[in-house]
Design a protein around this ligand. Structure first.
Ligand code: SF4
Length: 168
């Protein structure tokens, strides 16, 4: 793979905090099983929640769920099915804020968990910026490895669309 081939998206950031092997598989465009009911439920919640605010903007390599003008400026909201993978969700949203900031758009974020009726606010800090820069560098390092990192059994494997590929 050539260096220029990979744009680090929010999805890469999300999976980076779950499984590095998955980052490698995605970087090679190895497509997992799509009929996982969890993926479908996630899509459904994404479509049906907060329909009045629903808006999606596409900045090329990143797609952002909702942008609302709050009382203190623009707010980017990301809808998630569950708060179980909270670190991934926080870092993914922080990455969107960081990418928008690079374009001169200063925003804050909201993680929305409609099934849990819960909202968490995210502000971009210098610590988050630094962590994201390191994560992006490490994602590129993983993506350009000749072979995928070895699989490691984690709870997420049970619902991972790549499970058959890793464990059969
Ligand atoms: S099955 Fe487990 S090890 Fe394999 S890609 Fe998914 S999370 Fe990673």
């Amino acid at each position: 793979m050539k260096k220029a081939d990979l744009n680090v998206t929010g999805t890469f950031i999300w999976y980076y905090y779950i499984c590095h092997r998955q980052v490698w598989l995605m970087s090679r465009r190895i497509v997992p099983e799509q009929d996982d009911p969890n993926i479908e439920i996630g899509r459904f919640i994404h479509e049906m929640s907060y329909p009045r605010h629903k808006k999606e903007i596409n900045l090329g390599h990143i797609k952002i769920d909702i942008v609302m003008k709050g009382k203190d400026g623009f707010v980017v909201a990301e809808v998630k099915k569950t708060s179980k993978f909270i670190t991934s969700a926080r870092m993914q949203l922080a990455y969107y804020l960081f990418e928008l900031e690079k374009l001169g758009l200063y925003t804050s974020g909201e993680l929305r968990f409609p099934e849990e009726k819960r909202v968490e606010k995210i502000e971009l800090t210098s610590q988050l910026r630094q962590e994201l820069e390191e994560a992006v560098r490490d994602i590129l390092r993983i993506a350009y490895l000749e072979k995928p990192p070895q699989p490691k059994k984690i709870n997420f494997c049970r619902k991972c669309a790549y499970a058959e590929f890793c464990w059969s």
